[in-house]
Design a protein around this ligand. Structure first.
Ligand code: NAP
Length: 314
């Protein structure tokens, strides 16, 4: 497969880059001034696969600029930045990396909730700065036993539910469809779920229906003691409304791994005490990143050998 041209859009994980280079002819888009410059280079017409991650938008212009493109492999489970309709019309396959990252993202959601309620990041600063010698840290808020509302009871949402059950939490959820086999209470709308939750966790996929699914009404329904955790995608939350609610004390706190315009983050967020932020690292462990990379490569190899994709989106 050494002669097959693969275009990688940005450095993601050195192991993935190395393994792709070992097997294919790898082009690195970051070595070119633009996609246009690459597509007009002698290599533009040789690329049969594109490897992307969550930071790269694949639209008709991208697809049209790579005339031999057959498959897009995203190093992520979410494929909200890929125009699936356009790919379908152009006969381009799309593969993602589900399941292998579920545990890490669920772990991180629980970690964020614990960090917000038990103020772990503030405690860390308190010890390091020597403040502990002057006074004990103020009391924090209990996590065990809280009512947790999960928006999107898919692979990751279900793994979060399993984890928080072990903390004695009561789980409810909102998804497109009810899942009676889970035994958790289903709310057909997010507003009712937020009204009945102390912690609302966003783990649904990003579509036009779920963009700003967390709006002012939902934030106010969660209320002054409520905590919002977002490990889905930034645009799920109306961030301007979230900032206002946190600043005005209408929401108890938030833990965010994802942002509306990442990696740009609103500076107003930085001054908020009742907030824990992480740089979209839900699945970023060595163990999981290696499995995701292997899955990207296995999907590409399957495609070029004429075999079924392991984890097809389309
Ligand atoms: P999944 O198994 O496909 O689950 C997606 C869930 O979203 C499903 O429960 C689905 O409901 C729900 N959903 C879709 N449209 C909805 C709507 N209009 N209203 C309410 N719920 C809706 O995907 P997953 O593997 O759990 O991943 C979920 C998302 O997590 C990904 O799409 C990605 O954006 C995000 N993610 C983030 C990180 C990170 O690093 N922070 C890492 C991995 C993934 P039904 O069950 O009813 O269909």
């Amino acid at each position: 497969m050494e002669s097959i041209g693969i275009l990688m859009t940005k450095p993601m994980y050195s192991y993935l880059e190395q393994e792709l280079a070992n097997r294919f002819t790898l082009f690195r888009l970051w070595n070119y001034p633009s996609l246009r410059a690459f597509s007009e280079s002698p290599h533009g017409a040789s690329v049969r696969a594109l490897v992307v991650n969550t930071g790269f938008t694949v639209d008709a212009a991208v697809i049209n600029s790579l005339p031999k493109l057959e498959i897009i492999a995203t190093y992520s489970v979410g494929f909200d930045k890929i125009d699936i309709q356009e790919c379908r019309q152009s006969g381009i396959r799309v593969a993602n990396t589900p399941d292998v990252l579920t545990d890490d993202v669920a772990d991180h959601a629980v970690g964020l909730a614990l960090a917000v309620l038990r103020r772990i990041t503030q405690c860390d600063g308190y010890v390091r700065s020597g403040l502990w010698k002057r006074a004990d840290f103020p009391l924090t808020t209990k996590f065990s036993g809280k009512a947790i509302g999960i928006v999107g009871l898919g692979r990751i949402g279900s793994a979060i539910a399993k984890r928080v059950e072990a903390f004695g939490c009561k789980v409810s959820y909102h998804s497109r469809s009810e899942k009676p086999e889970t035994g958790y209470k289903y709310y057909p709308n997010i507003l009712a779920l937020a009204s009945n939750s102390e912690i609302l966790v966003i783990s649904c996929s990003l579509t036009k229906e779920t963009c700003h699914i967390v709006n002012r009404q939902v934030i106010d329904a969660l209320g002054l003691k409520g905590v919002l955790i977002n490990i889905g995608r930034g645009p799920h939350v109306d961030e301007a409304e979230l900032v206002a609610a946190l600043a005005e004390g209408r929401l108890g706190g938030a833990g965010l791994d994802v942002f509306e315009n990442e990696p740009e983050v609103r500076e107003e967020l930085f001054g908020l005490e009742n907030l824990v932020v992480t740089p979209h690292i839900g699945s970023d462990t060595v163990e999981t990143s290696t499995k995701m990379a292997d899955l990207v490569i296995s999907n590409l190899e399957a495609h070029f050998l004429g075999k079924p994709l392991l984890t097809p989106v389309i």
